[in-house]
Design a protein around this ligand. Structure first.
Ligand SMILES: [Zn+2]
Length: 472
């Protein structure tokens, strides 16, 4: 990116905070981590009060919110319980989530704390029924390797996700997301350019996805902390797209330079807009925000727990090696997303492991985020048949390898590429023959047999229609 800014002379110091949802039950109760699309089973109304922090002071960010005197409504479900409503003390910490956090700590070369105090972080924007978020420091002092060298990992915390906002005007929140385990990774403020920030964020995302973490929109969130020489600390929040990180940092550095010239740089939290610009959200919270959670005993992490976490990690690594032509991370990702079968299937069409891995694991996510659709929707369109067809076309040179993503994008937009026509009567004949030869199979089984013979040349929809007709 041509920025026209010499970052070395600006003294840019930038750190990332990554929040990743884990794919387990909730952190302090045994409710499923399930986002609901249907209406609530019941709602509860609350007002929240400001509680002095550890230092006895009231946090400036909390005062800012409390001054707005809001009443909050919480949508509840049969998949939420009294813990989310703050009517029952938290249960002991979810051991599965703790294990994943330990594994992330190991992958990030962190020192794991043997004993840790679970803390409450004041949050009174209504996104927590209790007025605080529980968080526990699991590890610190690690690093991640990037092409610019090591970037330090300052802290790794395990915390509970907040309730999600449903109606901003009416202050309505939904409790389905509250309590989903999050790992919060904070890098040291050692990042010196926007490009490094983006690379570090991508790298951390790649490492996280080798473990049982949630996927899709909203399951990983990045914040950026930054300061330039002579300026104050700024937090940028709410990146919809990781690619926005570079642009947002660049814009903020320019804005800071203007403010410093006028002597007006103040610490604040800003929300990032889709174009990379940002708007004021609230003052930067101070240290007064944290105080100990007294309902839960100290968290003790034994040697045995760490060994167990390590053992599982090495078994993931052993599996990795078996996939030729792919990086360890890509291999692990392929296994984690259970796409090894599809990978092998496409490898029969074209011997290009890198391209296939990207086609299965990366392009659909990028397209989903660009088109603002869910990954599930995109993968439904870019199904096995479609990907098979695209790979056939790449092999024949009808689609350039470098144009693969573009072709998939067009298909996702409904523009489509032409399926090579197979004569319909020939297809019908073949299907009826297969059904006669192997009677009594399921529609899916017949589908598999037919698609194998016409790989990439026909649409699954058409075939299933003919099969159903013949089975009547
Ligand atoms: Zn619960």
């Amino acid at each position: 990116m041509e920025t026209g800014i010499d970052y070395e002379s600006t003294g840019l110091k930038c750190g990332l905070e990554i929040h990743q949802q884990l794919d387990t039950m909730k952190l302090f109760c045994n409710c499923p981590s399930l986002l609901r699309r249907d209406g609530p089973d019941f709602t509860v109304k609350r007002r929240l009060h400001v509680v002095p922090g550890e230092s006895g002071e009231i946090d400036i960010a909390a005062v800012h919110e409390a001054s707005l005197e809001k009443e909050f409504t919480y949508e509840s479900y049969d998949t939420t319980c009294l813990v989310e409503l703050d009517e029952e003390p938290p249960h002991t910490i979810n051991s599965g989530a703790l294990k994943i956090a330990l594994q992330i700590a190991l992958l990030l070369n962190c020192k794991i704390l043997p004993v840790s105090q679970i803390m409450r972080k004041t949050v009174i924007d209504g996104s927590n029924t209790s007025g605080f978020q529980r968080t526990v420091l699991i590890a610190r002092d690690g690093f991640v390797e990037t092409s610019h060298g090591k970037i330090g990992i300052a802290t790794l915390c395990l915390e509970e996700d907040s309730a999600r906002i449903i109606d901003k005007e009416k202050n309505v929140f939904r409790l389905d997301r509250l309590g989903i385990p999050l790992v919060e990774i904070a890098t040291a403020a050692e990042i010196k350019t926007p490009q490094q920030a983006k690379e570090t964020a991508l790298k951390l995302g790649e490492i996280l996805r080798t473990l049982p973490v949630k996927r899709g929109l909203g399951t990983i969130r990045q914040d950026v902390n930054l300061s330039v020489k002579g300026g104050k600390r700024i937090e940028l929040k709410g990146f919809q797209d990781i690619r926005n990180i570079e642009r947002a940092i660049e814009i903020e550095v320019k804005r800071q330079h203007e403010l410093i010239k006028r002597g007006k740089s103040i610490p604040e939290v800003r929300a990032v807009n889709d174009d990379g610009s940002s708007r004021f959200l609230r003052p930067l919270p101070g240290a007064a925000r944290m105080y100990p959670e007294t309902d839960i005993p100290l968290l003790r992490v034994s040697r045995g727990m760490i060994d167990e976490a390590k053992k599982e990690l090495s078994s993931i690594k052993e599996k990795e090696v078996k996939i030729e032509g792919l990086s360890g991370e890509m291999s692990a990702l392929l296994l984690r997303e259970r796409k090894l079968d599809e990978f092998k299937e496409l490898l029969h069409i074209i011997k290009n492991p890198q391209l296939i891995a990207k086609t299965l694991l990366i392009f659909p996510k990028e397209i989903a985020s660009k088109e603002k659709k869910s990954l599930v929707e995109i993968e439904k369109i870019l199904n096995r048949d479609v990907l098979g067809n695209v790979m056939e076309n790449v092999k024949k040179g009808k689609i350039k390898e470098s144009e693969t993503k573009h072709a998939l994008e067009n298909i996702a937009k409904g523009k489509g590429i032409e399926f090579e026509k197979v004569d319909e009567s020939e297809l019908e004949e073949k299907i009826s023959k297969i059904i006669k030869e192997k009677p009594g199979l399921s529609v899916n089984a017949y589908m598999g047999l037919v698609m194998k013979q016409f790989r990439g040349k026909i649409s699954g929809k058409e075939v299933s229609g003919i099969i159903r007709k013949h089975l009547k």
